[in-house]
Every structure is written in structure tokens, then in C-alpha cells.
Design a protein around this ligand. Structure first.
Ligand code: FAD
Length: 340
């Protein structure tokens, strides 16, 4: 049986792409072995919550703010209005894939071993451990994986280790900054998750391991028949490491463009034009670049704690729908951190 679209990976990128495609009437299949536990802090950012809302099927805790520390310098931001949520990542993925199935997508619990654009260039063929699946188009939503890498997927990442601790949770996301990233504490319903990252190798502590893209979007996210989405395409914001919003949104954009390609309205390259127009990582890139020394990190936290205007600026970056800074804000941000 030939499908319109084969989606490889049933994380947030793949599930949202499949949901949108089948809602638009396209014959869609998702391939994922569904046997891997995702290592994720599970924070749904204000940007995500504003656009998509949340569902009690996966919410663990409403967050009131963030605590940011560098060594013994500590600051706390209590969000004025926007909300973030701490979620159960497994339940969240299950919810999304079930939504895709409910809209008509087929789920095959299988591992894709290869994907080729056919010689004639009219379709794609996916070999899996159990079968061969033919489709007009493919969406690669397989995160950081061998399959993604074969198609120009992301190759630079931070190494993360996370563990569950039986500690009474409160309502704050805690970030302990260090030069290579940050360590975190995320409250869940009856415990907390603690984790840390390094750009060199996995930190030598016990826990579950995961990778997070750190080099921004990859060079090319489309070919004649294939689109790259989510982590596979490197869509994770620098500094925060927010990936769930960009995975879901890129899946939706990919679906809309593919649907338009099939009806003659769009071309494959329109996908790249669209996400480039929507996703702006430049503000957080600037922050990441500036926070590259111990002195800058200390100044950053001190200013959040002591400087009302800077405090409000950082809160806006974390909680606004559009994380793009105005030129005046960008200038004052740089001015503060350049004084180190
Ligand atoms: C430690 C850690 C903490 C994080 N915390 C947060 C956070 O708090 N908030 C946030 O927004 N983001 C966070 N992220 C980032 C977020 O988890 C990712 O950006 C997001 O999961 C990307 O979604 P995706 O759908 O692109 O890929 P994934 O969620 O990785 O899904 C890829 C899917 O593809 C499947 N797959 C892989 N290879 C194949 C194959 N060959 N055939 C078939 N299927 C395949 C996998 O089984 C998987 O289900 C965190 C990441 C890490 C590592």
C-alpha cells in the first residue's frame, strides 16, 4: 500500500506532522518502535502553552517562576502573567501520538533502517526491520539518530544526565548556570528531576542519558521528497534548550507545506522559508554568546537579582510569545553584560 506521507519518529515533531496531515485528508503512516524512554526535563514553556495549551493527561505541575543561580549568587523571577508547566514526558508523547491516530494516521511500531528517494524521484521508500513502506513524501522526525544524520540531521549536541529524586517539589524551575550550560531541578507532582549538561561528554554522574542539539538549525532541511523537523533539524533554542515547541511547530509547518506541494500550491523549499520566518533564535544566541565566562555568568545573575529593568527584560525573554528583543532592549542587554 502506498502512502502520501511516511513520518519517521513519533515524538512531538512526528506526531504533530502526522495529525495535521491526516486531518487534511492525506494517507499518513508514522514509524517508531515506541520503546525508548525519553530523557527530558519536561518543561512546557510559556511560548508553547500560549499556542497549544496543556492537557491534564500530561500536566504534573504549574510553574510559578524560575530560580537562576551562578555559584552562591541567586536570583528568582516570579512570572507576572505567563505560565509554564512541568509535564510527564511519556504521557505527553502518548497523548500526541494518540491524537495522530485519532485523526486517521496509522502507527507502525517498527524501526526505520533506511530511507531512499527512488531513482525516478517520484517517491520514497523506507526499509524497516519488518517491512518496506512506499510513500510520495517523507518527514524525518527521528530526533538525534543515525537516520537523521544520514540526511544532514544535527550532529552537534550537549550531553545530558538526569535523575529522579524523592524530594518534596515546589513550583519553581531551577537553573544553576555553568560555562558549558546549566544544571536543573524541575518539580514534578511528587518528586523532582535533577539534571546537568556538558558540551564535552556525559557528566560522570549516575542517571539517564540524553542529547540536546546545540548548534542551531542544520544547513538544509528539505530535498525533493524529504523534510527534516524537530531535533533532527536542530530546532532547539540556545541557552534554554527549549525543543518541544519547535518540534511541534516544525511538524505542523512541514505538514502544511507538504499538503500544499501535493496540491501544487507550494514547493519543498517553501518549508525552509517558512520556518526561517517564524523561528528566531538570534536573541538567545546573543545571550549564549555573552554568557561564556564565569564573570559574565555571575554578572548576569547579579543583575537579574539587583537591577529591576534587567530582571524584567529577562522575564520578558522567558515568557513572551515573541522572544525577539527590540533593538533598545538588545542594546541594554549587551551593555550590562559587556561591563564584566
Ligand atoms: C535532558 C533533556 C532535557 C530536555 N528538557 C526539555 C524541556 O524541559 N523543554 C523543552 O521544550 N525541551 C526539552 N528538551 C528537548 C526536547 O526533548 C526535544 O527538543 C524534543 O523531544 C524533540 O522532539 P522530536 O520529535 O524532534 O524528537 P524526539 O522527541 O527525540 O522523537 C524522535 C522519535 O524518533 C524515533 N526514532 C529514532 N530513530 C528512529 C528510526 N530509525 N525509525 C523510527 N523511529 C525512530 C524515536 O524513538 C523517537 O520517538 C530536553 C532534551 C534533553 C535531552
Amino acid at each position: 500500500m502506498k502512502y502520501d506521507v511516511v513520518v519517521i519518529g513519533a515524538g512531538p515533531a512526528g506526531s504533530s506532522a502526522a495529525s495535521a496531515l491526516s486531518s487534511l485528508g492525506h494517507k499518513t503512516v508514522i514509524i517508531d518502535p515506541c520503546d525508548e524512554k525519553k530523557v527530558c526535563a519536561g518543561v512546557l514553556t510559556a511560548q508553547y502553552v500560549r499556542k497549544y495549551g496543556v492537557n491534564e493527561a500530561f500536566v504534573e505541575r504549574k510553574l510559578k517562576g524560575v530560580r537562576i543561580a551562578f555559584r552562591d549568587v541567586k536570583a528568582e523571577i516570579n512570572y507576572r502573567q505567563a505560565v509554564e508547566y512541568s509535564i510527564d514526558r511519556q504521557a505527553y508523547d502518548n497523548f500526541n501520538v494518540n491524537e495522530a491516530i485519532a485523526t486517521g494516521s496509522e502507527l507502525r511500531k517498527d524501526l526505520a533502517t533506511s530511507l531512499v528517494e527512488t531513482d525516478s524521484g517520484v517517491s520514497v521508500s523506507v526499509s524497516t526491520e519488518k517491512d518496506t513502506i512506499d510513500a510520495e513524501y517523507a518527514i524525518i522526525a527521528s530526533g538525534i539518530s543515525d537516520l537523521s544524520r544520514q540526511f544532514g540531521g544535527t550532529t552537534k549536541y550537549a550531553f545530558c544526565v538526569q535523575q529522579k529524586k524523592d524530594v518534596e517539589p515546589d513550583h519553581y524551575f531551577e537553573m544553576d548556570l555553568h560555562k558549558d550550560g546549566y544544571s536543573w531541578i524541575v518539580p514534578k507532582s511528587d518528586h523532582v528531576l535533577t539534571g546537568t549538561s556538558s558540551i564535552i561528554d556525559y557528566p560522570d554522574i549516575p542517571g539517564e542519558k540524553g542529547l540536546i542539539p546545540i548548534d542551531g538549525p542544520v544547513e538544509k532541511t528539505f530535498s525533493d521528497k524529504i523534510l527534516l523537523t524537530g531535533d533532527a533539524a536542530g530546532f532547539v533554542s540556545p541557552f534554554e534548550g527549549e525543543g518541544l515547541y519547535y518540534a511541534r511547530r516544525s511538524g505542523e509547518i512541514a505538514a502544511e507545506i507538504l499538503s500544499g506541494v501535493m496540491s501544487g500550491k507550494y514547493q519543498m523549499k517553501d518549508y525552509e522559508d517558512r520556518w526561517k520566518k517564524e523561528f528566531d533564535f538570534s536573541t538567545l544566541d546573543i545571550i549564549s554568546g555573552l554568557l561564556s565566562s564565569d564573570r559574565a555568568l555571575e554578572m548576569f545573575v547579579r543583575e537579574i537579582r539587583d537591577n529591576t529593568r534587567f530582571h524584567a527584560l529577562v522575564e520578558d525573554i522567558l515568557t513572551k510569545e515573541n522572544k525577539k528583543l527590540s533593538l533598545t532592549d538588545k542594546a541594554s542587554f549587551i551593555k550590562v553584560l559587556k561591563h564584566v
